[in-house]
Design a binder for this molecule. Structure first.
Ligand code: PEP
Length: 264
């Protein structure tokens, strides 16, 4: 499968002009090199999406959140629906990022509703899972992931979606690795990805709806360490935060994945 390298810009950059420049710079890098085995996506601030999607680019655009309450319109002050972000030109949404779970108390029921709303409006979903440092230290990683992934089990059980293969990406992001410069070993990441794939493939309906799930690694990926993660067969790409805010480092990560996956 082709790799995905996705830049989560979070609440950056400060201005629309800076966001346009960043996307244009990534696009310039993309035109100068052949990334045959890697697709790119950026996930900017919602307020910048409609302006950025007007730029001529092969880079997919996602959003960082959508309303759990309604997929279309309604009295939900502050929310933006899946239909609205689709209309603004985004085609993917992040769901379950640890910052949303931590700062906004998003629980499994909320995440499930967001995924349902996204899929109902033909948005793809990047579903983030990962353990905290305490859970990692007490060797609870696999049980935490199994619990977080039940959202996907429920989706498969209740879904009449014909195919999720092109519309569902899992991002494994150990919470303790996000923005810290600390990373698990490649062996740990590879075995956790193998576990995630096995858990999902064990769900009823998974084979028909998904085939082999696409699982990205996220957490302090940068231009220097990307190649080592890219070499692991079970790592299908990266979700990148800090290093996605510079076109050269983001592109270097994508190039590392494209090279590794072309050779595998
Ligand atoms: C993230 O926030 O999804 C992330 C992976 O951030 P960073 O790359 O900065 O650790």
């Amino acid at each position: 499968m082709q790799a995905w390298v996705i830049g989560n810009w979070k609440q950056n950059p400060a201005t629309l002009q800076a966001a346009k420049t960043l996307l244009a710079d990534i696009n310039t890098e993309l035109k100068s090199a052949d990334l045959a085995a890697c697709r790119l996506m950026v996930v900017p601030s919602l307020v910048h999406v409609s302006s950025l999607q007007q730029q001529e680019t092969a880079i997919a655009i996602g959003v960082q959140d959508i309303s759990a309450h309604s997929a279309e319109t309604g009295a939900f002050t502050g929310d933006c629906s899946a239909a609205q972000v689709r209309d603004a030109g985004a085609t993917w949404v992040l769901v379950g990022h640890s910052e949303r779970r931590q700062y906004y108390g998003e629980d499994e029921a909320t995440l499930y509703q967001k995924i349902k709303n996204a899929l109902s409006q033909q948005l793809g979903v990047i579903f983030c899972v990962g353990e905290t440092k305490e859970q990692y230290d007490s060797e609870q990683t696999f049980s935490v992931l199994a619990s977080q992934l039940t959202v996907i089990e429920q989706l498969l059980a209740e879904s009449n979606e014909e195919s999720l293969a092109e519309r569902l990406i899992i991002a494994y992001e150990p919470v303790w690795a996000i923005g810290t410069g600390k990373v698990p070993t490649v062996e740990e990441v590879a075995s956790t990805h193998t576990h995630i794939k096995a858990v999902i493939q064990g769900y009823a309906g998974a084979e028909a709806a998904l085939g082999e799930p696409c699982v990205l690694y996220g957490g302090s990926v940068n231009a220097a360490n990307a190649a080592q993660f890219a070499q692991a067969d079970s790592v299908n790409g990266a979700l990148v935060g800090g290093a996605a805010l510079q076109a050269d480092s983001f592109f270097a990560i994508a190039a590392a994945f494209s090279t590794a996956k072309s050779n595998s």
